[in-house]
Design a protein around this ligand. Structure first.
Ligand SMILES: *Cc1c(COP(=O)(O)O)cnc(C)c1O
Length: 421
């Protein structure tokens, strides 16, 4: 568990009077403080920017808070591009890192002046045909294949990943774009997901810096920014430790001094497009215990389900679970904490030691602020819950209402069905 829940039992009980469970709660103050720490660590580079991965938590209120802390946005679909613009994140502060991209999405990113990050060498021609020319700035996503080892299981081995260009292709790609008159260049890679080892990111930066130097040597193209992707992990489990941003930044700075400065690429702008560490630890799914079963195991059922938080069911991910008011109570029981979906993987916790849970207790699922509500779905007719923001002054604002049955049926032609035989 990487952060403390900000409300005691009476404060949470009061909040639930206004916002019945289930809902997501986000802590604005904690999000801002974390972002300030992140920015401070990377201020040892001439230019640094975090582009928040919108897919992790696509709510324009949160995007505005992050923009206020100096963040840009990383998008991979048209709605994400629109949300970023809506939150006032504009132009080059938006990186469009998409793959298998439809022409209409490139058109919007170009119109908004966003940085287009191409996922393949053939997309140069595709983009040129789409826009009638190439943009002034182009970035390429590099797939290091078997050059990069030690990648963890969520993202898999780079040589098996569908993303990016090979080393040979990427040199060729910069050459083509230079000949076509493109003026500004970036280089992107993303090879980790939820990685907690700082050395991993230092190694990735080294790889990217060395490639940027090689590109300059072989093609004369001066890469102006590198985007180190996302993948910085968070400690979901109590025994794990948060990544020390200063250690990552200082490790990368060493490689910068060793590779970037002598190759004449300084000042090279350093970008990230992290989602998970930015909002993950500062969002919680708040539920209420509504049933308990004693069969071959002990079950506690809450009023939410996998439709609100898919990670445990989909990846077997661990999320810390606490019971409001029983934070310090002895863990005398072993429960499976489950939701209402007709799928047996709909379990927020499996065989988890917990205090004795009574019906009506508020069960809090931690570290749900990234890839949580965003991954929700409507299978089984489940309506997704809403989102509440706790402001720095301690007040609360509903930043997304829960779904209604009308929302769920909105895409059906209900008029037509009456006369349908
Ligand atoms: C998902 C994703 C991110 C964000 O990843 P986190 O693990 O949330 O930091 C960044 N960039 C790209 C291209 C992604 O697909």
């Amino acid at each position: 568990m990487s952060s403390n829940f900000p409300l005691n039992k009476s404060q949470l009980d009061n909040l639930i009077k206004d916002f019945p469970t289930p809902f997501y709660l986000y802590d604005e103050k904690a999000i801002r403080e974390n972002m300030q720490k992140f920015t401070k660590a990377f201020s040892i580079f001439p230019v640094f920017r975090e582009h928040f991965a919108v897919k992790a938590c696509p709510n324009p209120y949160l995007l505005k808070i992050l923009a206020d802390e100096g963040c840009g946005a990383d998008c991979s679909s048209m709605p994400e591009l629109i949300l970023s613009e809506m939150a006032g994140i504009k132009g080059k502060h938006v990186i469009f890192t998409s793959n298998e991209t439809p022409a209409s999405e490139y058109e919007l990113a170009y119109k908004q002046g966003n940085i287009i990050n191409l996922d393949d060498i053939t997309h140069i021609e595709f983009l040129k045909k789409t826009l009638g020319k190439l943009p002034e700035t182009i970035c390429f996503r590099y797939n290091p294949g078997n050059e990069k080892t030690g990648c963890n299981s969520i993202i898999g081995k780079p040589e098996e990943a569908k993303y990016g260009l090979t080393r040979a292709q990427i040199i060729e790609a910069y050459k083509i774009c230079k000949d076509e008159g493109v003026q500004h260049f970036g280089l992107h890679t993303m090879v980790a997901s939820n990685e907690l080892n700082p050395d991993f990111f230092v190694d990735t930066a080294k790889l990217v810096f060395e490639l940027a130097a090689e590109v300059k040597e072989k093609t004369g193209v001066r890469i102006e920014f590198v985007d180190l992707g996302g993948g910085l992990g968070i400690p979901y489990k109590p025994e794990q430790k948060a990544v020390d941003y200063d250690v990552v930044a200082q490790g990368i700075r060493k490689e910068y001094d060793r590779v970037v400065v002598p190759s004449g690429l300084d000042p090279l702008e350093i970008y990230w497009e992290c989602g998970r560490p930015i909002t993950g630890p500062y969002g919680w799914l708040i539920t209420t215990a509504i049933h308990q079963k004693h069969i071959y195991r002990e079950y506690i059922a809450v009023d939410s389900c996998m439709a609100d938080l898919m990670r445990p069911g989909m990846y077997g991910s661990y999320h810390e679970v606490t019971v409001s008011g029983k934070e310090d109570a002895p863990k005398t029981e072993v429960y499976d904490v489950v939701g209402s979906l007709c799928e047996n993987c709909d379990k927020f916790a499996v065989q988890r030691p917990l205090p004795k849970i009574d019906m009506g207790d508020h069960v809090i699922i931690h570290d749900a602020g990234a890839h949580g509500r965003a991954m929700g779905f409507n299978y089984n007719g489940k309506l997704r819950c809403g989102e509440v923001l706790m402001r720095p002054d301690g007040t609360f604002k509903e930043i997304r209402r829960r779904e209604t049955i009308d929302d769920l049926f909105a895409t059906l032609n209900l008029e037509g069905v009456k006369d349908f035989h």
